[in-house]
Design a protein around this ligand. Structure first.
Ligand SMILES: Nc1ncnc2c1ncn2[C@@H]1O[C@H](COP(=O)(O)OP(=O)(O)OP(=O)(O)O)[C@@H](O)[C@H]1O
Length: 396
């Protein structure tokens, strides 16, 4: 087992030997990765806290490419001198002949999809929606300021930390884009404390101008996988119900795809269903392109926000011209103290304490991660009736 790197921010540094590591439980499985809860205090007495370990099988070329990309993004987030509290950091990354693996902080509260299903009627109240949206907008704003379009916003990818605050996860569909060159994107930021950020952005904009460079687990098939590019990307990525009209049209997309997905997410949090879901993928896409979202009940600031985010033309969509600043100014967010989100607002749901210690919902002695994958590869034992059939056959 080769340790690729181990972040110094974690003390003592995580040192994983995938041949020996034992997991306490399986946290989740996606299209590319399998995520385990690991707290190896038995074999490693210095292990200070549990962490999530994501493993990707190297035998699939596309999974491998996506894993390398995700590690790269996580590393950039970790190296950020001004990290965002709603984005994860890379604790360590490892490679074996079979796997790529990396450790990120454990989010004990599960994801927003599971939490929504636990609510009465399967929906969140307006104040709960406001809380989660505010944190998600800050996370997306931060990614966009780094030139990263997230492109996979959905409730399953919004995890809850032990504190009840959110963490976005799963960056394998994200891509690098040049920051917008339209000047208004960097102007009229009403927050006085962001003035220095605006200055930095303007400087960036001027530099850019000098260069005059032109500018659900069901990720759908890609026309062309592209992780980096210009101001727009042409790759066809995302989850059917969250995909934007411009991605379906294939005529290039930019950061506004994340604001579209934010509209779909908000609708789902409010009504318990996504606005364009139809019987088939084809019909869903047709609805995304043609249908206006339907709103039950009285119009409100919340429905107005959704309506403005779900504008089919990305150039007329809320957030296109001035990014997150434009969305933060919407009436729905009146009174939100954007710079004090982690301190002032009390999260609506605080997960029950789970230290990763072997309690009810974890396996007492853990299980070998390597054995887990070996078992998956082993064909299942024949069922008892199949055995007796075979025995009878032998007797003949
Ligand atoms: N840090 C974490 N803490 C707790 N659970 C996590 C963590 N990271 C991931 N998980 C769980 O593991 C699941 C799969 O992780 P992830 O979405 O990163 O895998 P993936 O293969 O990239 O998924 P996708 O198919 O959406 O691309 C998540 O939905 C979540 O339930």
């Amino acid at each position: 087992m080769e340790t690729l790197s181990s972040s110094s921010s974690l003390s003592p540094a995580i040192n994983v030997d995938l041949d020996k590591i034992r997991a306490l439980k399986l946290l989740g499985k996606g299209a590319t990765g399998t995520v385990f809860l690991v707290h190896d205090s038995v074999s490693d007495p210095s292990a200070s806290s549990p962490f999530a370990l994501k493993l990707v099988d190297k035998s699939s070329a596309s999974s491998l490419r996506r894993a390398k990309w995700e590690i790269q993004i996580l590393r950039r987030l970790s190296d950020d001198p001004n990290p965002n509290p709603f984005l994860p950091r890379l604790l360590a990354s490892f490679e074996s002949p079979e796997f790529f693996a990396w450790a990120i902080p454990y989010c004990s509260g599960g994801d927003l999809n599971v939490l929504r299903h636990r609510q009465n009627d399967g929906v969140f109240s307006s104040s709960v929606i406001k809380f989660y949206l505010a944190e998600i907008i800050c996370a997306l704003d931060h990614l966009h300021s780094m030139g990263i379009a997230y492109r996979d916003l959905k409730p399953e990818n919004i995890l809850l930390q032990e504190s009840g605050h959110v963490t976005l996860t799963d960056f394998d569909l994200s891509c690098n884009l040049n920051k917008p060159t339209r000047p208004e994107f960097y102007l009229s930021d009403p927050e006085p404390e962001s003035k220095h950020i605006r200055k930095r952005s303007l400087r960036f904009f001027q530099q850019q101008k000098k260069k005059t460079k032109s500018a659900r687990v069901n990720p759908i098939t890609r026309r062309r996988m592209s992780f980096s590019g210009g101001e727009r990307s042409n790759s066809f990525v995302g989850t059917d119900e969250y995909i934007s009209p411009e991605v379906i049209r294939g005529d290039g997309h930019d950061f506004a795809v994340d604001w579209w997905a934010l509209g779909v997410l908000t609708y789902e949090m409010m009504y318990g269903v996504t606005p364009f879901k139809s019987r088939s993928k084809k019909e869903t896409f047709r609805s995304v392109m043609m249908k206006e979202p339907e709103f039950a009940g009285k119009p409100s600031d919340l429905t107005d926000l959704i309506r403005r985010l779900l504008v089919k033309d990305p150039m007329r969509r809320l957030g296109y011209r001035r990014g997150a600043a434009e969305i933060k100014e919407h009436a729905f967010f009146r009174g939100v103290k954007w710079d004090l989100l982690t301190e002032v607002l009390r999260p609506p749901f605080i997960p029950l304490r789970d230290n990763g210690e072997p309690t009810g919902n974890v396996t007492a002695n853990g299980f070998g991660v390597k054995e887990y994958f070996e078992k998956l590869r082993t064909p299942p034992l024949p069922l008892p009736h199949e055995c007796s059939e075979n025995n009878r056959f032998v007797e003949f």
